[in-house]
Design a protein around this ligand. Sequence first.
Ligand SMILES: [Zn+2]
Length: 98
Amino acid sequence: MKAHHGVEQSRHQPISRPQERCPTCSRRLTTGNFDVTFRFADGSEQLCFAIPAGLCDNCGEIHINPALVATLELESARLVFAIETDRVAQKKHLMRAE
Ligand SMILES: [Zn+2]
């Protein structure tokens, strides 16, 4: 049901497929929706909920499609926290540094 057209706005390489292999170890990623926190260079943070992403069980790292990161204007930010949305049934620990 996904449209595979309309990627001509990409300035880099075309998006041929979702990112489903770990760039580090090439293992398959477990895809799902994640609540993620990005931190910018100035220390501010941006929370994004239910972001589709892939988790590498081997590295324990979350990999988000670069096109989605660009859409969210988070290219200059660093992913600092992620938790699978489905598992967020309990309280979250959202601490403010300031
Ligand atoms: Zn990996």
